[in-house]
Design a binder for this molecule. Structure first.
Ligand SMILES: C[S@@+](CC[C@H](N)C(=O)[O-])C[C@H]1O[C@@H](n2cnc3c(N)ncnc32)[C@H](O)[C@@H]1O
Length: 403
């Protein structure tokens, strides 16, 4: 084994042949990154994992279903010997050496002419770490570096994001339930327009130079407030700022997010939409209620309860909901739960249908209760459940992890 340091390099593999000998788990892990680099990946192996087979069916790679034979590296720029047979790997390595093709030996890195660094990616950066074969060390350092970048601990002097608005779904409240992209854009924001719901802890982590506008405190009635929010997004973006509109859950699930997209588009402001984890599914999940379950629920309807069933503005077909057997997820429904439960029972849903209620799901103050359609209104009152809460109606709300 050489005492020299290895030379870390970035290969431009797009459009170039890369041969992977072997199709097991080790090969599979390497192949995804090779595909992302644009390499023309050719896998030679009698058997491959279902995932590798899927990549071949999708024509992301080509797969030759046989054992390695000398000559397979013809025309290759790079090779990976990933079989569990050291003799085959050695033969691949020998052919690579002859052809002056760099070759990774997955069974013993020291025997190859190249090694795969532990890599991580963050916002256009690729971090690679080599530790002379100490794989755990390189992986741990890689992970720490990426986490430091994500948390903004390492100063990353990337150019600011282009002016415009990012409509970011912040998830249901737990700051760890925002997407990686949402978190990254938030760390680049110059102005943040935030809602009452969503990951408030993340707002506290923003730098002092970030202007935070609390949209829940914008005065006027409901419609005016939305119009003012739209105006603020446009005004700041037009002033050249990168604006993050941080919303609870998913921006398009009863979040009026599309109105904001339309307002920005009408004003010629570019908008990026980052989906979020909706509380409609996340709150039940953390409370142990799956919104679907094999053999129990084949339909999930997410319903807004912001108007009563008999309100002329209602667009909900309560008769149809009363007939269905699957899962109904009610949002914004605490105040009128007695009317919704009564309508569902009237239109055919049995009064003993299980119901789960989750208040402040995924946050430190989460509360849950289980009831039935017949008792839920009374139980919510008794327990003083208040918004925000998700109400899950259907047999799934009667399931428990114990079976
Ligand atoms: C205006 S809607 C916004 C929904 C959001 N866009 C989403 O996808 O979660 C507000 C309603 O979402 C629900 N909600 C939001 N966050 C919640 C949470 N953490 N726990 C329970 N319900 C929540 C409540 O029903 C609340 O009344």
């Amino acid at each position: 084994m050489t005492q020299h340091d290895q030379y870390l390099v970035g290969l431009e593999l797009a459009g170039r042949k890369v041969v992977v000998v072997g199709g097991g788990q080790v090969a599979q892990r390497r192949i995804s990154r090779l595909i992302a680099s644009g390499a023309l990946v050719e896998v030679v192996a009698p058997d491959v994992t279902p995932a590798v087979e899927g990549m071949a069916s999708a024509r992301e790679i080509t797969w030759t279903p046989r054992r390695y034979a000398e000559g397979d590296l013809d025309g290759a720029w790079y090779a990976l010997a990933c079989t569990d047979d050291p003799e085959v790997n050695a033969a691949v390595g020998a052919e690579a050496e002859c052809r002056r093709v760099f070759c990774v030996r997955a069974d013993d890195g020291r025997l190859g002419t190249a090694v795969t660094p532990a890599t991580g990616r963050y916002d256009g950066l690729t971090v690679g770490v080599l530790a002379k074969g100490a794989h755990r060390r390189s992986a741990a350092v890689r992970t720490a570096l990426v986490e430091a970048l994500q948390a903004g601990v390492v100063a990353d002097s990337a150019d600011p994001v282009l002016p415009g608005v990012a409509l970011v779904g912040g998830g249901p409240g737990d700051p760890e339930l925002i997407t990686v992209r949402g978190r990254r854009l938030l760390s680049r924001a110059e102005v943040v327009v935030a809602d009452r719901l969503g990951p408030r802890d993340l707002i506290e982590e923003l730098g002092p130079d970030v202007e935070v506008i609390d949209a829940s405190k914008i005065p006027y009635g409901r419609a005016m407030a939305q119009q003012r929010i739209n105006e603020l997004l446009v005004e700041h973006a037009k002033a050249g700022k990168f604006v993050v509109r941080l919303k609870g859950g998913d921006p398009f699930v009863y979040g009026r997010g599309f109105e904001e997209v339309q307002a920005c588009t009408a004003a010629g402001v570019p908008v990026t939409v980052v989906p979020g984890i909706t509380s409609a599914f996340a709150a039940p999940a953390v409370a142990g209620i799956p919104v679907s379950h094999r053999g129990v629920a084949h339909e999930i309807v997410v319903v807004s309860g912001h108007v009563a069933p008999d309100d002329p503005r209602s667009l909900v077909d309560w008769q149809a909901l009363g007939r269905m057997r699957g899962t109904i997820v009610l949002m914004m429904a605490v105040e009128r739960i007695a009317q919704f439960a009564a309508a569902l029972i009237e239109y055919g849903r049995p009064a003993d249908t299980p119901v789960g209620v989750i208040q402040d799901g995924t946050t430190r103050i989460q509360r849950t209760l289980r009831a039935t359609l017949g008792t839920v209104a009374m139980r919510i009152k008794e327990q003083e459940i208040s918004p925000p809460a998700i109400i899950v109606i259907g047999p799934v709300a009667g399931l428990s992890a114990e079976g």
